[in-house]
Write a protein that binds this ligand. Structure first.
Ligand code: SF4
Ligand code: SF4
Ligand code: SF4
Length: 268
């Protein structure tokens, strides 16, 4: 399990621990003001932060800065990939779900109304602080899950996000326009999220080598063997999101616990 499970999960997965979604936690440590400011100002702050990062990322300073930046993220706003089954479990633990526009896509695409973010509290003190561009939609858990199942089929990766860890306030659905994807995975600047607790594997008895799953995987973790005319998952590259399963018409892909894999167990 990842270090957040040890620190915040009481021996189980930290994002399946109900306390980490509680209103008591939200009310502590200025979290409401922090979350509101984070969301309201993200599109204004991020371009300047990226310019700063660009200036240092290929300098000798970067190796020293990387752990500091990650520690800062872990304190304030950190994520972890979760498969659809765990999205379902999470929705059973929260009091309600609010859909709101994605702040990353505001920066990366200029679209201010890409509605891929789901807030996991109904606290009006937080939502009252958001500016008018955040038109909120209140959804039942069933409606929210239904909409996320559609996003899963499209290959969008689900992840939970803290606002002053360990409080979990958001569930995101992301592609390569996600700032977390870019900073952690594409640019490899520094980690701002954990990989999932899972890994995918392919049953070669079922696989016909159609490659649909390869097109669905955002992390390039599925390889084609022309020798065997089958695909296989590189466990060291897999994020455990599970969305490749939705692309497979032969049910050839399943998830298993990352901890069971001797090579990838400690790759987060
Ligand atoms: S993490 Fe994903 S859904 Fe959340 S704000 Fe970023 S791109 Fe949008
Ligand atoms: S989608 Fe399924 S059948 Fe097609 S290559 Fe992937 S695992 Fe094999
Ligand atoms: S191979 Fe791994 S990273 Fe790629 S879609 Fe499947 S679970 Fe996600």
């Amino acid at each position: 399990m990842c270090e957040f499970c040890t620190q915040h999960g009481e021996g189980q997965k930290w994002y399946l621990t109900m306390d980490n979604y509680s209103n008591d936690l939200l009310e502590q440590d200025g979290r409401i003001a922090y979350a509101a400011d984070f969301l309201n100002t993200f599109h204004r702050r991020t371009p300047a932060s990226l310019r700063k990062l660009d200036r240092v990322r290929s300098t000798p300073l970067m190796p020293a800065l990387r752990p500091i930046m990650t520690a800062n993220q872990k304190r304030n706003h950190y994520g972890q990939v979760v498969p659809i089954e765990e999205v379902e479990q999470i929705f059973k633990m929260v009091e309600g779900v609010v859909r709101l526009p994605c702040v990353c896509r505001r920066v990366t695409t200029g679209n201010f109304n890409a509605r891929y973010c789901y807030g996991l509290t109904l606290d009006h003190r937080l939502y009252d602080e958001l500016d008018d561009s955040f038109s909120l939609e209140l959804l039942s858990s069933t409606e929210a899950l239904e909409s996320i199942r559609k996003l899963d089929k499209e290959g969008l990766v689900h992840s939970v996000w803290t606002f002053k860890s360990p409080y979990i306030g958001g569930l995101c659905n992301c592609d390569q326009d996600c700032m977390a994807y870019r900073i952690t995975h594409a640019r490899k600047d520094y980690p701002v999220m954990f990989r999932g607790e899972w890994l995918a594997r392919v049953d070669w008895e079922q696989c016909n080598g159609c490659k649909n799953c390869m097109r669905q995987c955002q992390y390039g973790a599925i390889r084609y063997s022309s020798n065997h005319k089958k695909v296989l998952v590189d466990a060291t590259a897999c994020y455990g999101c599970g969305v490749c399963r939705a692309a497979c018409q032969r049910d050839a892909i399943t998830l298993y616990e990352r901890s069971e894999d001797p090579v990838a167990a400690e790759i987060w």
